[in-house]
Design a binder for this molecule. Structure first.
Ligand SMILES: Nc1ncnc2c1ncn2[C@@H]1O[C@H](COP(=O)(O)OP(=O)(O)OP(=O)(O)O)[C@@H](O)[C@H]1O
Ligand SMILES: [Mg+2]
Length: 218
């Protein structure tokens, strides 16, 4: 299998005339757990949206899982195999209940109802969220929403995880469990975070992004 999972070449992106990313080169290889840091408004979330095709760069090349991705059609496969955790959980969760939300991804991938039930049970064990399964999404706390959104990504068993502020809003115990989970069950990921301790536990590479700057720091 191709060793490079994600490759961005000379990516330049502006929101209308507001420049955000300039000539960015970035890659994620098998075994990479990449930390992505930088100040508010640097373009970290924008970069994740470009990888998953929610935004299209004005310049540059996106190669994911060995194929160049240009059109919407190219990104459908990307979103099935590369799991994006949105910075804002409300952008992620849209089913009436927690159980339906976690089941949505694997059902969409064509798994049978029995398989999906098993996945939901396993994920609920791992994340300790059995008590939330029948709850409506809108009645969850911020941290609970984050956990459920994470559970939904893990249920799809993606090749690579893109996690935008995964530890934000989690209590210490839950954060510790997430660290253990990312260490033991996740092989490839990009984690955007302002939480240095969290990144130190997981990342084996770190990139820094700031206006007109993008470089590897560790
Ligand atoms: N839809 C949009 N239209 C115009 N400008 C936008 C839009 N979305 C984001 N921006 C701007 O682009 C810049 C990069 O935003 P982005 O969300 O990628 O930053 P970030 O590095 O993720 O920041 P944070 O750490 O606060 O999450 C910011 O200055 C932001 O205001
Ligand atoms: Mg962001």
């Amino acid at each position: 299998m191709e060793d490079i999972l994600i490759k961005l070449e000379n990516i330049t992106f502006s929101y209308n005339s507001f420049p955000v990313l300039k000539n960015i080169n970035f890659e994620v290889r098998v075994g990479d757990k990449v930390g992505l840091v930088g100040p508010n408004g640097a373009g970290k979330t924008t970069l994740l949206y470009i990888i998953t095709g929610f935004l299209r760069p004005q310049k540059g090349k996106i190669i994911i899982l060995g194929k160049e991705r240009k059109k919407e059609k190219d990104f459908i496969e990307v979103r099935q195999k590369i799991g994006l955790l949105f910075q804002d959980s409300d952008s992620q969760l849209f089913c009436p209940t927690v159980k339906e939300d976690i089941a949505f991804g694997p059902l969409n991938l064509g798994k049978s109802k029995e398989e999906v039930l098993k996945i939901v049970q396993n994920i609920s064990d791992l994340f300790n969220i059995h008590h939330l399964l029948e709850r409506p999404i809108y009645k969850l706390s911020g941290g609970e929403k984050k956990l459920v959104a994470l559970a939904g990504i893990f249920a799809m068993n993606p090749i690579c995880y893109l996690l935008d502020e995964p530890s934000a809003g989690l209590d210490e115990k839950t954060k510790f469990k997430l660290i253990e989970f990312l260490k033991n069950y996740v092989k490839n990921c990009v984690i955007v975070s302002h939480d240095k301790e969290f990144l130190k536990e997981i990342a084996n590479k770190t990139y820094y992004l700031e206006k007109d700057k993008f470089y590897k720091i560790l």
